[in-house]
Design a protein around this ligand. Structure first.
Ligand code: SF4
Length: 393
């Protein structure tokens, strides 16, 4: 079924062939590296403590999962986690070799890796670059000591700054930083300073996510100093405003880029495109359907540890179809907004008078902009996007 979707070439005429070939989706490939040195107290991403033996067993299972799927054409590869920079550069190189041996990867593919400043040196960064990583995403989180300390990170502000500088010295030309906003002891002034520091480092891309207190994390049991909602909103506005003045374009609620440096991989998520997610806790979007593998490393190793699977989709959990609702949610996160023609052509859906009237109210309140065939949220709209979207749905 999966192969039929990718190679959907039913030849009735030359025109059919051309149309059909044009529809072959170009995938992104996500690889989850489920290891961390220690769990940060706010984090609900899936990861376990790393050990050499477990890492090698995992990598062998991962290679089997890669080999299980029919080939895809892909133009982005993303190592996320967890902490992918805990892998050796030669291990990254081996994974990329297996991916490239099986799939059609564009020569100019964007190949990203998340990196924790506590785990790399200038030399290892040079080796990651040689291994094939061409975009580095550095988890800086904050450039303000007390805020960073409150997040329980393994690195200092100086180490985060050093890692970004080392990345450029090592030869990277596309570096992103992750920053968190609304974190303990932050105020709008600190958020603005973080944005200035990020810009002064010469970063091509910055992701800035508001702190979410997730169930099951130590932060959910109580954490001191988290700003009130209105202060968090001010932190967000202050950060965005400095990003604007430093020449970054906000292309998504939480993402800013220099022209041409938008994350091609993450855009696939927001555009409801196709991607293959590998590893435990990874999600996939294949043939218009969503799949995931449980957040359970031992289970993953038991499924893929002994060799490639003959029916890899059967090893994943089906999570439903990619539908109009999902397109509305993800497209309204982007500054391009929601294209009404796409909503109709791709998902056979449209807004009725009640939704349009609600959107007109949002426009009057400065939360949305309506232009022919397109709806965008403004920056203030981004701040209340969850409420707007749930009202629309
Ligand atoms: S290093 Fe990243 S993935 Fe690991 S616990 Fe901390 S925030 Fe979560």
């Amino acid at each position: 079924m999966y192969a039929d979707f990718i190679y959907n070439v039913y030849i009735f005429s030359k025109k059919d062939l051309i149309v059909s070939l044009m529809e072959v989706p170009v995938f992104g490939i996500y690889i989850h590296i489920p290891f961390c040195i220690r769990k940060c107290p706010y984090c609900d991403f899936y990861s376990v403590s790393v050990s050499k033996g477990l890492r090698q067993t995992y990598l062998s299972a991962l290679k089997n999962q890669i080999l299980s799927f029919d080939p895809v054409k892909a133009d982005t590869i993303y190592f996320g986690g967890g902490t992918p920079s805990l892998l050796m550069p030669e291990e990254i190189s081996e994974i990329l070799d297996v991916i490239k041996s099986k799939n059609d990867i564009s020569a100019d593919a964007e190949i990203s890796m998340e990196c924790n400043p506590a785990t790399v040196t200038k030399n290892s960064l040079r080796d990651f670059l040689s291994a094939g990583i061409n975009r580095l995403s550095v988890g800086c989180q904050s450039f303000h000591g007390p805020c960073l300390e409150a997040l329980g990170r393994l690195h200092s502000v100086q180490e985060a700054v050093q890692t970004v500088n080392d990345a450029y010295d090592a030869g990277f030309r596309n570096v992103s930083a992750d920053i968190m906003l609304g974190i303990p002891f932050e105020d709008p002034q600190i958020a603005a300073e973080d944005a200035s520091t990020a810009a002064s480092l010469g970063l091509q891309h910055v992701s800035a996510y508001l702190l979410r207190i997730c169930e099951g994390t130590p932060f959910a049991d109580g954490v001191a100093g988290v700003p009130e909602d209105d202060v968090q909103a001010e932190c967000y506005r202050a950060f965005c405003s400095v990003m604007d003045s430093c020449g970054y374009t906000q292309y998504e609620i939480s993402n800013f880029a220099r022209p041409g440096y938008e994350s091609r991989h993450n855009l696939k998520y927001w555009q409801c495109a196709s991607w293959l997610g590998l590893g435990p806790a990874a999600h996939s979007s294949i043939g218009g359907k969503r799949y995931s593998f449980p957040a359970d490393l031992r289970n993953y190793i038991s499924v893929f540890g002994s060799g490639p699977a003959s029916d890899p989709l059967a090893c994943l959990k089906e999570e439903g179809t990619v539908d109009a609702e999902e397109y509305i949610i993800t497209s309204l996160r982007t500054s391009n907004g929601l294209d009404l023609q796409t909503l109709s052509d791709r998902f056979g859906s449209s807004f009725g008078e009640p939704e349009l009237s609600f959107l007109r109210e949002c426009e009057k309140a400065g939360l949305a902009e309506i232009s022919p065939g397109r709806i965008r949220l403004t920056r203030d709209g981004f701040l209340v996007s969850n409420s707007i979207i749930s009202e629309l749905l």
